[in-house]
Structures are given as C-alpha cells and as structure tokens.
Write a protein that binds this ligand. Structure first.
Ligand SMILES: [Zn+2]
Length: 237
C-alpha cells in the first residue's frame, strides 16, 4: 500500500452507502460521519478493526484514536453500549465516545488519553451533563496504598487538568501489589517503578475512581479501586 493511503486509527464506525453506521471490514467502503470524506478500512491482526482518514486530513476525528481507545470502545460495544454517538445540543455537535443507558439514565463515557485543556474539559462536561471520564494512566507515576476500605495515592507529574473535573473520574491504572512490612499493608507499585517490571507476572489492572484529588504538588488523594471492566458502568448509578 502506498504511503499516501496510510492514515491513523480514527474510529470504529463509519457510514456506508445507506448512511448506516458500519464497522470496518476488508474492502468495505465508507464515509466519515463528520467530514463525509472516504475513510479506509484498517483490518489488521493486532488492532481492533477500524476506519482511518487519509493522511493530512484535518477532520477532528482524524488521528485521535489509539489502541487504548479502540479496545475500550470495542469492549463497550460488545456489551451493547453505543459508541461514537453523535449528540446535538444548542446547535453544536459532538461525538461521544461511549453512551450507556437510555433516556434520563443516559450516561456518556469519555475516554481521554492525550492532554486536554481545562476549557475543553469543562465544555464537554457541560455539553454531556451526565458523564464520566476514563483517563489513560497506565504509564502514569501513580503510587497507591491499600487502606483497606479505599486507596490513597501520590501522583508525580500529575495531569493537573484532571483536578478540574466535576464529573466522576476513573483513572485506568496498572500496578503490582507489594507487601510492606513496615506498615503491614500493601503498596501498589506502578509502571514507573523498576519493581513493577520485576514482578510482571503479578501485574493487575484496575480503574481508580477518584474521590478526592489535591492537584497542588505533591499531588495526591484517595479513591476506590474498581474492576477494569465496562460491565461496571452498565449498572452504574
Ligand atoms: Zn472525518
């Protein structure tokens, strides 16, 4: 394939000739739901099959997705949740990553891996209203300590924008529990710690639901560890 036909992973669904939202399949043709240009079906062996814009596209859908996004969306989709949902409000349009529930119980789940400005964060919170954030923190320097009924944390080089969120926040973290004889409790070692890699077979993944975060250095707070499973959100609230 020539390099001009390469794009970046952009979305799970595009519109076919009947304007139906369809998933990528080999040789299937479709248009981007936002900019209406043709997008390419990417059907490799590693990533979730998805659509990509042509290189150089300036569509806001272009180049924003990662494997992390696609994996979460695919997992939600497999449970029957809607993904990449076009929502209109006050003459504006946004594409919500995931929508669970319907009617007044409808909740948007936004998946955020890159940096986001405080303005953009607030704009989305107002636009979606009932929503929750999942931030990709798998490589963040977040050390956790098991306090039995909750987990306290310290976050080096914290993404400060997170502290401005008024809607529920879940941090997607990975860690290894290590027994600490001095405090007779578990330290949860994160991916930035060499011990994490030594103890690789014991790696765990979870969502840390923030209950309190103080963004002033040293950033810290506490939260609740939840299963890293989209099913958790289906019965949530
Ligand atoms: Zn587009």
């Amino acid at each position: 394939m020539s390099s001009t036909l390469e794009g970046e992973e952009d979305m799970m669904f595009a519109l076919d000739e009947n304007r139906e939202a369809v998933q990528a399949r080999p040789k299937r043709r479709a248009l981007c739901p936002a900019c209406k240009t043709e997008v390419l079906a990417k059907c490799g062996e590693i990533m979730v099959w998805h659509w990509a814009h042509l290189k150089g596209s300036e569509c806001f859908f272009s180049g924003v997705e990662t494997q992390w996004h696609l994996d979460w969306k695919a997992a939600f989709h497999a449970l029957g949740a809607a993904v990449e949902v076009r929502l209109e409000k006050g003459g504006r349009v946004k594409y919500a990553d995931v929508v669970v529930g319907t009617g007044f119980r409808r909740t948007v789940i936004e998946l955020q891996t890159s940096a986001i400005s405080v303005e953009e964060l607030r704009d989305r919170e107002q636009f979606y209203d009932r929503m929750a954030w999942i931030f990709d923190c798998r490589d963040a320097d977040i050390s956790l300590r098991d306090r039995e009924r909750y987990h306290s944390f310290r976050w080096k080089h914290a993404r400060k924008t997170v502290g401005y969120a008024e809607k529920p926040v879940f941090l997607d973290v990975q860690y290894v529990p290590v027994w600490d004889p001095y405090t007779a409790g578990f330290r949860l070692v994160n991916s930035q710690d060499p011990e994490f890699h030594i103890r690789a077979p014991y790696q765990k993944k979870a969502l840390l639901q923030l209950r309190k975060i103080d963004i002033e250095a040293p950033c810290g707070g506490w939260g609740l560890l939840r299963p890293r499973d989209p099913k958790f959100f289906l019965g949530w609230r």
